[in-house]
Design a protein around this ligand. Structure first.
Ligand code: ZN
Length: 288
């Protein structure tokens, strides 16, 4: 947030500011998924798991590699905070920041969700989004962001003079992961990470660069769908912000459940193979 500069502009300020930007990570050489091959196998599949995420709570689900996951809006507009893990190794988890650097601030069909270092590989590929018509609105807002973190009781405490609220997405994810894995609560909490904000409509204000949210355009029946590139443990929170049109970190907003469905296709996408872990040798310039 930079509202009032303390320094005066140099004489060439305008020309410096007029320099055209370049994309930080040119992705021309980034291997891209064959979205058509993924979508072709969606015609013949079997529902193998259905998990309801209660409002202001979280729930876990499993999606073996080669399965599809749908996150559905039911009953009313609701956003969800998604954590993804390698089901066999919780230290490999969704890396929101690097996914943002590679895919942009909001994700959609054809984008891949990348895992943390040192594996840094696609964990999931988005195969359908009934809200992809939204694009970016006049405020710069878009749907399904990887720019927010997750609502949490620590920030809430900072902003409310020590206020306590136990159903932020961070706490919901922590409780659900502890229950799923049997880990003690403090250990489970260490695995909770920055999320994919499913259905959330967000952006940055043009004047101050602040993170904003607005009422999600999601309606019952809408869904985001992705293909599991590796065996996934997912954890989904139905945010206490509801459609995130007003407030979160409280019981004020209207909240609804979310539904997670896992589908097993009759065949795998043509040419698909599980992604290998990252090829960097991890020597960091030294002899191991
Ligand atoms: Zn939340």
């Amino acid at each position: 947030m930079k509202p009032q500069p303390l320094t005066s502009a140099p004489s060439d300020a305008e020309s410096r500011k007029a320099v055209a930007p370049v994309v930080c990570y040119p992705v021309e050489r980034l291997p891209r998924p064959d979205l058509g091959a993924y979508r072709a196998v969606r015609e013949d599949w079997t529902l193998v798991e259905r998990v309801t995420v209660p409002a202001r709570e979280a729930a876990c689900f499993h999606a073996p590699a080669g399965h599809f996951v749908r996150i559905l809006s039911v009953e009313g507009p609701q956003v969800g905070d998604l954590n993804l893990f390698n089901a066999a190794d919780l230290t490999e988890r969704f890396y929101s920041g690097k996914t943002r650097a590679l895919c942009g601030t909001h994700v959609g069909p054809g984008d891949q969700l990348f895992s943390s270092f040192p594996t840094l590989r696609p964990m999931a590929t988005i195969t359908h989004d009934t809200l992809d018509w939204y694009g970016f609105d006049a405020f710069g807002g878009g749907v399904h962001d990887v720019i927010g973190t997750r609502c949490d009781p620590y920030t809430h405490s900072l902003l409310s003079d020590g206020g306590i609220y136990h159903h932020c997405c961070h706490s919901n994810l922590t409780r659900a992961l502890a229950e799923e894995t049997g880990l003690p609560l403090p250990e489970a909490e260490r695995h909770v990470h920055d999320v994919l904000n499913v259905f959330m409509c967000t952006g940055f204000t043009r004047d101050t660069g602040q993170y904003f949210m607005k009422a999600s355009p999601v309606r019952p029946g809408d869904y985001l769908e992705f293909f599991a590139e590796i065996d996934l443990l997912g954890c989904m929170s139905a945010c206490p912000g509801g459609d995130c049109s007003t407030v979160h970190s409280s019981d004020v907003a209207a909240c609804y459940p979310l539904l997670v469905e896992v589908y097993k296709p009759a065949r795998l996408p043509a040419g698909w193979a599980p992604p290998a872990v990252n090829r960097y040798d991890r020597t960091h310039g030294t002899a191991l």
